[in-house]
Design a protein around this ligand. Structure first.
Ligand code: TXA
Ligand code: MG
Length: 336
């Protein structure tokens, strides 16, 4: 593949997608790696570019509620109410799929994840392309999600034809994934729409397993593999209200939020927000994690958030990022 181009040419991006090529698209949550959802070879190229296992299904993006019937067999009244309340926006609904969807998109599951993204450029693109777009986050599998065109290039340059430049993503964490495949709605992934807001419309929602627990059966919620959103640098978690202390002998970075004073002993500190506004923290979150990850540190210490609102999604990303990252031996890491 020739070098990846970056630009704002919606018509060109639509032309590439119709020709079965891959385009990174801006959404309000994170950048997606998009392909024509009707084209199995293009969808296979997405899995290949990301090195993503085929049991992890892709979200299908459509321009509006009417277009949902192209991919979904029927929707329950609750789906209608959720769509009316939260679309366009960061909510993915898993609904009974139409049989015309390539198996690879849903990893053979009976449900398809569908959402209407809010970013104006991608709205234009979906209309220009005239077909649904299957798109996972535009990062190598398991890595940190991209919230700028540069992040996409850092992970996938040469493996995507075009990056549609829509600036930085406003929400900054992925969509909330809610399954309506059973009697009771089930939260498969916390994200940009909070559980509290969903429950206001949907009533009680069943929670799936938290990060760090035993890995669930792939067919239940494939993206729930424990280690995910992971920096290359080991990540350790700090309670929301605990005092941050560096680990002696290690080059430590701190990913934090709130107005706490400068903390001595850290090689690098990334403050996601000065206050406790979780929206601001979320919009900076992946950029902050990337910044620390590229700073040559031995360990990143990440401060957890209060477990409500967007804090639930941010904690989920921190917890999955921290799974299995082992610290270097303090003695070995000490500068001689
Ligand atoms: O905000 C987002 O959701 C972004 C943007 C690009 O839309 N996309 C995204 O996609 O985060 P991805 O592939 O990184 O994560 C999607 C997750 C999957 O890992 C899986 O857990 C769940 O959504 N999912 C998708 N389709 C599903 C299905 N048919 N059944 C169950 N879970 C599904
Ligand atoms: Mg992802």
């Amino acid at each position: 593949m020739p070098e990846t181009q970056v630009g704002r040419d919606v018509e060109y991006a639509a032309h590439l997608l119709r020709a079965g090529r891959l385009v990174a698209i801006p959404t309000e949550t994170v950048y997606g790696l998009a392909a024509d959802a009707w084209n199995p070879a293009a969808v296979a190229a997405v899995f290949e570019a990301k090195q993503r296992p085929s049991f992890d299904p892709l979200i299908v993006h459509v321009p509006d509620r009417t277009a949902v019937s192209d991919v979904v067999e029927q929707f329950p009244p609750l789906a209608e109410r959720l769509m009316a309340a939260f679309w366009p926006g960061p909510l993915t609904l898993v609904l009974p799929r139409r049989s015309c969807i390539p198996d690879l998109v849903t990893s053979g599951l009976p449900g398809v994840g569908v959402r209407v993204p809010a970013h104006p450029l991608t709205q234009q693109l979906l209309r220009a392309a005239g077909r649904p777009l299957a798109a996972p986050s535009a990062n190598p599998f398991g890595g940190i999600s991209p919230t700028t065109p540069q992040h996409v290039l850092d992970g996938l340059a040469g493996r995507v034809d075009y990056v549609l430049d829509g600036g930085s993503c406003a929400v900054g964490v992925e969509s909330t994934v809610l399954s309506l495949m059973q009697q009771r709605p089930q939260l498969l992934r916390p994200g940009g729409i909070s559980l509290e807001d969903l429950e206001r419309i949907a009533g009680p929602i069943e929670l799936s397993q938290p990060a760090g627990s035993e890995e669930p059966a792939p067919q239940l919620a494939p993206g729930m593999l424990s280690r995910h959103y992971a920096p290359g640098t080991p990540l350790q978690l700090l309670a929301a209200d605990a005092e941050a202390r560096p680990i002696p002998g290690l080059r430590c970075g701190l990913l934090t939020w709130g107005p706490s004073p400068e903390i001595p002993g850290f090689e690098r500190i990334y403050r996601l927000g000065m206050g406790e506004d979780l929206k601001i923290c979320a919009s900076n979150f992946f950029a902050g994690l990337r910044d620390l990850d590229s700073a040559g540190l031995d360990v990143i210490i990440g401060r957890l958030f209060p477990e409500h609102g967007l804090g639930r999604a941010l904690n989920d990303r921190l917890q999955r990022g921290a799974v299995g990252g082992s610290l270097p031996d303090v003695q070995a890491a000490r500068v001689p």
